[in-house]
Design a protein around this ligand. Structure first.
Ligand code: PLP
Length: 461
């Protein structure tokens, strides 16, 4: 395998992308109010907005699509999916949902309570939004190094800090905590992994206090790769066995299958608790569809049944994680400050250091997103003042997040390292000229603050 260092696949079908002029892109940005969510995808050259649902499916998945049943109840496609879930995760009760956020809704509805706190390493926006709508409170208790984009490289920056959990229980009382949620890998701070030790310790902690323990396993296979390559005790274990052990400690797991499910749509709500499953079924009937399709077509269930098995392939994961690392290294060579080490699904540029002359209330990370699209037609996403900013519920004042990053999410099996070079060259150029950029002014936001980045509007200062 010494010389076999390229992508472990051949490209069977291609999707053309359009090259565009800077002049056009300046106009499109203006029309989109400097929010790249509103830029037409056809006008994007390399799309790194998200790794969600953007996977290129394999020939086995495309073949499986044709086997999809279109019957309403108890279709064969569901039982294939259920079998994959049993084989890969060893969790008995399976409720498919149309995508991750629907599983987040079930989770928020079944495990949180108004006024009580859901603690976690870092909750993902769609869980946070669902919890907020239901009147629940949330706390991110990741280790300090995971909240600081310039902290030195360390292997498991997604780990939850159990001392902080202990403290919050002491301060607010055990009664005020509803659930503990570990998100693996931790999306919001760089796709940073959580160690098996931390998963085990969290499970023990939860057991000691009798708090339900749930995992968000959207990227559990990428997390398993990091455990295998960074946690000594697991270096000889297979990806399959690491995934299985990871989820063996939790009562319930939610998954956006658009990530490590290697599909374009779908989600899972998985549990070992029969009562929780019964309630999840009821809610799914109201919100998603019948128990055995959960808002998905038979073909989607089939593609996911295959994707869950494919994602366990070590060679695939090795290519995937190393491509992200390659981009990180290219950026570092050009002086661009990033979160280190690179995580599972993208490179996170530290906009606080990149644009150190733009204050956080002028949205430096969003400014960088705009600059990258303007210069190169490359679309990334802001995870900073706009996405994570909030208002103090008592004073109404703006509260700014610790992390101010631009995420360059890498789609699975879609781009080559030549694309990575384009991204690095464009960002290197912007970095050289960084002092010529000024910030942005937020001129529109929707009523739910935690979701404002999706529809926000800006003006150039
Ligand atoms: C993407 C994501 C979700 C939401 O999933 P969708 O399929 O986009 O609705 C939830 N949790 C995490 C960690 C995610 O990355």
């Amino acid at each position: 395998m010494r010389f076999q260092t390229a992508e472990p696949f051949r490209i069977k079908m291609v999707e053309h992308v359009k090259k565009t002029t800077k002049e056009d892109r300046i106009n499109w940005l203006k029309e989109a109010n400097y929010n790249v969510f509103k830029v037409k995808a056809e006008n994007v050259y390399i799309d790194c907005l998200t790794d969600s649902g953007t996977t290129a499916m394999s020939k086995n998945q495309w073949a499986a699509l044709m086997m999809g049943d279109e019957s309403y109840a108890s279709c064969d496609s569901f039982f294939k999916l259920e079998k994959s879930v049993h084989d890969v995760f060893d969790i008995p009760y399976v409720q498919p949902v149309h995508q991750g956020r629907a599983a987040d809704y079930l989770l928020a509805k079944l495990y949180t309570k108004p006024g009580k706190i859901a603690i976690g390493n870092m909750h993902f926006d769609t869980f946070r939004g669902n919890a907020e709508v239901l009147g629940a409170l949330v706390e991110d208790l990741v280790k300090d190094e995971g909240k600081n984009a310039s902290s030195p490289a360390s292997p498991f920056k997604g780990n939850i800090d159990l001392n902080k959990c202990e403290r919050i229980i002491k301060e607010k009382g055990l009664d005020s905590i509803s659930v503990i949620i570990l998100t693996v890998t931790c999306n919001n701070n760089g796709g940073q992994p959580v160690s098996m030790q931390n998963i085990k310790d969290t499970a023990e902690f939860a057991k000691k206090y009798n708090i339900p323990f749930v995992m968000d396993i959207a990227r559990v296979a990428e997390n398993a790769y990091f455990i295998k390559t960074r946690e000594e005790a697991y270096k000889d274990r297979s990806i399959e066995s690491i995934i299985r052990e990871s989820v063996s400690y939790c009562e319930t797991a939610v998954m956006s299958a658009k990530k490590d499910g290697l599909v374009n749509i779908g989600g899972l709500f998985l549990t070992r608790n029969k009562d929780v499953f019964t309630m999840a079924n009821q809610l799914a009937i109201v919100h998603e569809g019948f128990l055995t399709y959960g808002g998905l077509a038979g073909r989607d269930l089939e593609a996911l049944a295959v994707g869950l098995r494919e994602v366990c392939d070590f060679d695939y994961l090795d290519y995937r994680i190393k491509q992200v690392e390659y981009l990180g290294n290219q950026l570092k060579l050009r002086g661009v400050p990033i979160i280190e080490p690179t995580g599972g699904h993208g490179v996170y540029v530290d906009a606080k250091r990149f644009f150190d002359h733009i204050p956080q209330h002028e949205f430096p990370a969003q400014r960088l997103v705009v600059a990258l699209y303007e210069e190169a037609g490359i679309r990334a996403v802001e995870l900073g003042a706009c996405a994570f900013g909030s208002k103090d519920p008592i004073t109404g004042k703006d509260v700014w997040p610790e992390l101010e990053t631009m995420r360059i999410a890498i789609s699975r099996r879609v781009y080559t390292n030549d694309h990575m070079d384009c991204i690095a060259n464009a960002l290197g150029y912007i970095y050289e000229n960084r002092k010529s950029y000024k910030g942005l002014k937020l001129v529109y936001q929707g009523p739910i603050v935690s979701l404002r980045h999706f529809t926000a509007g800006f003006e150039l200062i």
